[in-house]
Design a binder for this molecule. Structure first.
Ligand SMILES: NC(=O)C1=CN([C@@H]2O[C@H](COP(=O)(O)OP(=O)(O)OC[C@H]3O[C@@H](n4cnc5c(N)ncnc54)[C@H](O)[C@@H]3O)[C@@H](O)[C@H]2O)[C@@H](O)CC1
Ligand SMILES: Nc1ncnc2c1ncn2[C@@H]1O[C@H](COP(=O)(O)OP(=O)(O)O)[C@@H](O)[C@H]1O
Ligand SMILES: [K+]
Length: 464
């Protein structure tokens, strides 16, 4: 599991350790991990030119101590102090003692091989200030290693108010922060490298499943089970107008993770032709998937499915009929445009603050909300959020959302909670796209077809 904690949680954990350890221990651990990451990024130290951007707090202190270590390895290290008269004094002394030097500005200077962004970390308030914006602008094109977080992003929300650092690598300490997982800030982090500094942390409010977590949650048939004990998922998706959505939703449901798929939508001839294993017609199910390509019939399909009292996945056209809490466990699967309509805001507002809006919708509709995107969010009432980070951008292709809805429905029918079904479903969906595309394009049917391959790899002994 990749855990992302809030600034408050990190500060509390750091506070306990700071009391127990000699002064400066944590910062030395952080700075040495940072220095190694920079050396790794540069492929060595000797002869490399490093520019430190140093703010007034401990984030700047980390940069200065790391700069000292890099200077000791033969790098030419310069520091631009952006915190006015305030700087981490001991860090600066350490840098100067190793032959590093302070520069007054960067205009006219040769561009360095790497910039180390120590402007602000978890203590940052508001966006980058104008002096820092000008420097960052001037250095655009030089790769940046960010200390803890790229300066200028909001650490606890993943929101980005204005200009900010765009890093190639972010080196963080103790635990991931929410900005490392949640867009748009996560896009500015580059590769995130975690340095252990020995923090003891409480449960995280935001997390990202890793392969072993998904493997542990996969529904595996009981040796003595039969198809009904594995679960039956029903699909009410697709219509005369959008028959393909019904086929694709069924293809996600019919990846072998449940014992049976029923189809009760408006595209039964095509669904049956494409999926002869599917039973056509209403009947008993453990979960319904409603709405993908459902057109005008989606509202009726939602009402019928709710009446069955089983857990639901509600997608696409079905979402338009959700106007308040549903009386059954539910997983709602909007993209940003659909969530914006549900909440009565603009799409751009959702895209700028996906975490805030997914959490707000989870409270308002008393359901788990899976907000699709580059980093898909799965938010449950109460605030816990899973982020799926494995999907390649090729997955943004028509119909792949229909496959996801069917896949999540199968996991619900197999007995997973709506939260786990959303987190596991979107992980499998992203991994299937990566597997099927192997670095190249995919279509929605390719994604569904690759789900069993992904499951097989997860269940292989090396993963257990
Ligand atoms: N507390 C600890 O034990 C550890 C902290 N570490 C480092 O310390 C950082 C946190 O240090 P601080 O609490 O000093 O906070 P920061 O260094 O992140 O920032 C706070 C300082 O920046 C100024 N500031 C706030 N917003 C600003 C903005 N928008 N533009 C410019 N300046 C701004 C503040 O006036 C304050 O002086 C972490 O991100 C991490 O890099 C690490 O050394 C690991 C251990
Ligand atoms: N940039 C991206 N990187 C990775 N995955 C993406 C990206 N953009 C969208 N996706 C994924 O592609 C899928 C698109 O679903 P959706 O918008 O519902 O499409 P459709 O309605 O055509 O089925 C979602 O699973 C979403 O998370
Ligand atoms: K930083």
């Amino acid at each position: 599991m990749r855990n992302a904690h809030t600034v408050e949680q990190v500060r509390a954990a750091e506070g306990l350790l700071l009391d127990a350890l000699p002064e400066g221990t944590l910062m030395r651990r952080a700075a040495s991990g940072l220095a190694f990451a920079v050396l790794d990024f540069l492929g060595g130290g000797y002869g490399r030119r490093v520019l430190l951007l140093v703010g007034s707090g401990d984030n700047g202190g980390d940069a200065l101590y790391a700069g000292a270590a890099l200077a000791r390895r033969g790098a030419g290290v310069e520091a631009l102090l952006l915190g006015g008269d305030t700087v981490h004094r001991r860090g600066l002394a350490a840098l100067l003692a190793e032959g590093g030097r302070v520069v007054a500005d960067v205009a006219g200077a040769h561009l360095p091989d790497v910039v180390v962004d120590g402007i602000v970390g978890i203590g940052g308030q508001g966006g980058l200030r104008p002096d820092a914006v000008a420097v960052v602008e001037h250095l655009r094109g030089v790769p940046v290693v960010a200390v803890d977080v790229p300066s200028g992003v909001d650490v606890d929300t993943g929101e980005v108010a204005g200009p900010h650092v765009e890093a190639a690598v972010t080196v963080t300490f103790g635990t991931h922060k929410i900005a490392h997982l949640v867009d748009p800030a996560a896009r500015a982090c580059g590769a995130v490298h975690l340095v252990d500094i020995g923090l003891d942390l409480p449960p995280a409010p935001v997390l990202a499943l890793q392969a072993s977590d998904v493997a542990a949650l996969l529904p595996v048939p009981d040796a003595a089970g039969h198809k009904y004990t594995r679960g039956v998922v029903g699909v009410r998706a697709g219509s005369a107008q959008y028959p393909g959505a019904g086929v694709l939703c069924v293809s996600g449901a019919s990846t072998g993770l449940v014992g049976m798929v029923r189809y009760d939508g408006g595209a039964d001839a095509l669904v049956h032709a494409c999926h002869p294993e599917v039973v056509v017609g209403a009947g008993q199910v453990q979960a319904w998937v409603v709405g993908s390509g459902g057109g005008a019939d989606a509202a009726k399909a939602l009402a019928r499915s709710r009446a069955d009292g089983v857990p639901l996945v509600v997608d696409a056209d079905g979402l338009a009929a959700v106007d308040g809490p549903l009386d059954v466990p539910a997983l709602l699967t909007p993209h940003a445009g659909e969530l914006a309509r549900m909440l009565g805001v603009d799409r751009a507002e959702v895209e700028a603050a996906p975490l805030r809006h997914a959490r707000a919708a989870a409270e308002r509709f008393a359901a788990v909300v899976l907000l699709k995107g580059r980093h898909t969010l799965v938010a449950e009432p109460g605030g816990r959020v899973a982020v799926t980070t494995v999907a390649p951008p090729w997955l943004a292709t028509a119909g792949s959302g229909d496959v996801l809805a069917g896949l999540c429905g199968a996991l619900l029918a197999a007995g997973l909670t709506p939260f786990d079904a959303g987190a596991v479903g979107s992980w499998l969906h992203g991994a299937a796209a990566a597997t099927a595309g192997a670095g190249g394009p995919v279509t929605a049917p390719d994604v569904a077809a690759a789900v069993p391959t992904v499951c097989r790899a997860l269940l292989a002994p090396s993963h257990v």
